[in-house]
Write a protein that binds this ligand. Structure first.
Ligand SMILES: NC(=O)C1=CN([C@@H]2O[C@H](COP(=O)(O)OP(=O)(O)OC[C@H]3O[C@@H](n4cnc5c(N)ncnc54)[C@H](OP(=O)(O)O)[C@@H]3O)[C@@H](O)[C@H]2O)C=CC1
Ligand SMILES: O=C(O)C1=N[C@H](C(=O)O)C[C@H](O)C1
Length: 245
């Protein structure tokens, strides 16, 4: 049995994670911690799953790593600087590993992978992410990561800059520039989490779309991370590394 704690246990995703851990024969839910609960409640856990908020996740991670607990993190808001800080904590605590993934949905990971593969064949690529209006961050962690993967693939292929003759624009009309890739964020009642990667060339458009229909879709990926994190040395970023893509 792996002893598992959940941070953000009463949140939209945390509730689903707690349910999935409790239903698994090889996992034991030893702590369910949310806003206002003492973090020390996690002390008996071997692995802690974090689905909280970008503003608090770094403090949670530091506490887990310094207490010898392996974090599996779904909370977004990680940039290169934050990842470097986490690597520093792990270096100072040998034997503790961490998995951080902007999306634990298997289909979402495939969508990102396919976008990365397709990127070098097209002149243009833009990303539209669409989420529920209670989401804290924009653009989504998934969209940011997809843009980085697309940009990296284009750089490796020596792709020319994307054509864009815009010289007059309202602020925000062309979205956010993430590593040279435009990312547009929609916040709309009725949505959960969705993303389109639109790739354009001469007379052809390829659209790669992913739709999250419920939040239990994240739990198979989370449980995979919980089961594997103890054997993944140091910091792993992205669920794709556990999927043999
Ligand atoms: N990687 C992935 O696959 C996915 C990632 N996410 C990300 O996960 C995060 C959470 O999303 P979601 O579940 O929708 O958000 P919610 O707001 O529904 O849940 C977050 C929960 O964490 C609680 N919380 C806040 N601060 C702390 C703290 N310091 N300690 C413990 N609990 C705390 C919140 O309490 P309160 O409301 O009182 O502040 C809330 O109950 C976001 O960053 C989101 O982008 C979401 C879906 C999938
Ligand atoms: O906040 C959400 O809901 C989601 N957050 C993650 C992100 O920012 O990419 C994953 C998914 O899009 C749902």
């Amino acid at each position: 049995m792996i002893r598992v704690g959940v941070l953000g246990a009463r949140g939209r995703v945390g509730v689903e994670v707690c349910r999935a851990v409790e239903a698994a024969d090889d996992l034991e839910l030893v702590a369910a911690v949310d806003q206002g609960d003492p973090i020390e409640g996690l002390a008996g856990a071997e692995v802690v799953v974090d689905f909280t908020h970008p503003d608090v996740v770094m403090g949670n991670l530091e506490w887990c790593v310094s207490h010898g607990i392996h974090p599996v993190v779904g909370t977004t808001g990680f940039d290169a600087g934050r990842l470097a800080t986490v690597r520093g904590w792990l270096d100072a605590n040998p034997g503790v590993n961490a998995l951080i993934a902007p999306n634990f949905g298997i289909a979402a990971v495939l969508m990102m992978h396919f976008a990365q593969q397709a990127a070098r064949y097209f002149e243009s690529a833009e990303i539209v992410e669409l989420h529920h209006p209670n989401k804290a961050d924009a653009p989504s962690g998934t969209a940011r990561r997809t843009a980085e993967l697309v940009a990296e693939a284009r750089r490796k292929a020596g792709a020319a800059p994307m054509p864009d003759a815009t010289s007059t624009e309202l602020d925000g009309a062309r979205g956010a520039d993430v590593d040279g890739v435009r990312v547009h964020a929609v916040r709309l009642a009725g949505l959960i989490a969705h993303q389109e990667v639109i790739l354009g060339g001469d007379g052809e458009i390829l659209t790669i779309r992913h739709d999250t229909m419920n939040r239990s879709s994240f739990t198979p990926g989370v449980l995979l991370g919980v089961r594997r994190v103890r054997e993944l040395p140091g910091l792993t970023v992205g669920l794709e590394h556990l999927l043999d893509l």
